[in-house]
Design a protein around this ligand. Structure first.
Ligand SMILES: [Cu+2]
Length: 254
C-alpha cells in the first residue's frame, strides 16, 4: 500500500514504524469510506418520501449501527494505544546520549535554516540576535571561546549515516516547522524554546528540509538541504570546515 500512498523514500531508522501506522490508518479510512459510501445511497432509497409518506418520530432501530460504531472506536483506540503513543514516546523520551550522537542546533528564521555545530570542544558558542547581520544570520559571537570552533552553515545540514542525530531546534522570529519528510521527522520551531528532535538517518543521499508552517510571504522558498554521507566523507567535510576556522598563520619575516 505504501507505493499507492506515494510516500517519499524512507531514510531513517524509525521511518518504517511511522509508515506502518500510516498504512493502517489508511486501511481504516478506506473501509470507512466504502462503508459510508454504501450507506448513503442505501438510506436515500430506504427512507425516500414515496415509501415513507409520514415521518417516523422514533427513528431507526437496529444493533448493526451501534456495533459498527463500537468496532470503529475500538480499532481507533488500538491504533492510538499500540502504535501512535509508543511511537511518539520513543521520539520524545528515548533521546540518544550526547556522546554518541551528532549534536547540532538548527535555528529557523524568515526564510532560511541556520545550522550550528559545537565543534571539537562540544560546546555551542554564544549567539545573540543583536549580532545578526547579512553574513552572520545566526548571530554567533566569535569572541566567545566556545564559538571559535563552531561550524555554521545556512540551509545545509551535513550528517553521517547510521549515527543518531540530536537537533536542538529553535526559531528567531515566528513559528516554523522542521519538516524532513524522508526521515519522517516534523517538529515545530518555536521562538523562545529549544526543542530536542532526534532520528537516525540510514540512507546516504541528498534530501530536503521543508518549512511545514505557513510562516510568512517567503515561506515557499524556505527550503534547506540535508546531506547524509558515509562516516568518512562526513569527517572529511568536518575537518575541512575546522581548517577554515583556524586563524591564518601569521607570516614570518624572511
Ligand atoms: Cu518557515
Amino acid at each position: 500500500m505504501l507505493n499507492w500512498l506515494g510516500m517519499p523514500p524512507a531514510a531513517s531508522a524509525h521511518a518504517g514504524e511511522i509508515d506502518q501506522m500510516m498504512v493502517l490508518v489508511h486501511w481504516l479510512m478506506l473501509v470507512l469510506f466504502v462503508g459510508w459510501g454504501a450507506f448513503f445511497p442505501y438510506v436515500l432509497v430506504k427512507f425516500r418520501a414515496g415509501a415513507n409518506p409520514k415521518a417516523s418520530y422514533t427513528g431507526a432501530h437496529g444493533k448493526f449501527a451501534k456495533s459498527t460504531e463500537v468496532a470503529v472506536a475500538i480499532i481507533e483506540i488500538a491504533l492510538l494505544v499500540f502504535y501512535a503513543i509508543p511511537a511518539w514516546a520513543t521520539r520524545v523520551k528515548a533521546f540518544p546520549a550526547e556522546s554518541e550522537a551528532v549534536v547540532v542546533r538548527v535555528v529557523a528564521h524568515q526564510f532560511a535554516w541556520e545550522m550550528q555545530y559545537p565543534g571539537p570542544d562540544g560546546k555551542f558558542g554564544r549567539t545573540d540576535p543583536k549580532l545578526v547581520t547579512a553574513d552572520n544570520n545566526i548571530g554567533i559571537d566569535r569572541t566567545d571561546p566556545n564559538a571559535k570552533d563552531d561550524i555554521v552553515t545556512t540551509n545545509q545540514l551535513m550528517l553521517p549515516v547510521d549515527r543518531p542525530v540530536l537537533v536542538h531546534l529553535s526559531s528567531q522570529d515566528v513559528i516554523h516547522s522542521f519538516g524532513l519528510y524522508d526521515m519522517r521527522v516534523k517538529q515545530d520551531a518555536i521562538p523562545g524554546m529549544s526543542i530536542p528532535v532526534w532520528f537516525i538517518p540510514n540512507r546516504v543521499g541528498e534530501y530536503e528540509i521543508a518549512c511545514s508552517q505557513l510562516c510568512g510571504l517567503g515561506h515557499f522558498r524556505m527550503r534547506g538541504f540535508i546531506t547524509i554521507q558515509s562516516a568518512a566523507d562526513y569527517q572529511k567535510w568536518y575537518d575541512a570546515q575546522q581548517k577554515e576556522l583556524q586563524p591564518a598563520p601569521t607570516p614570518t619575516a624572511p
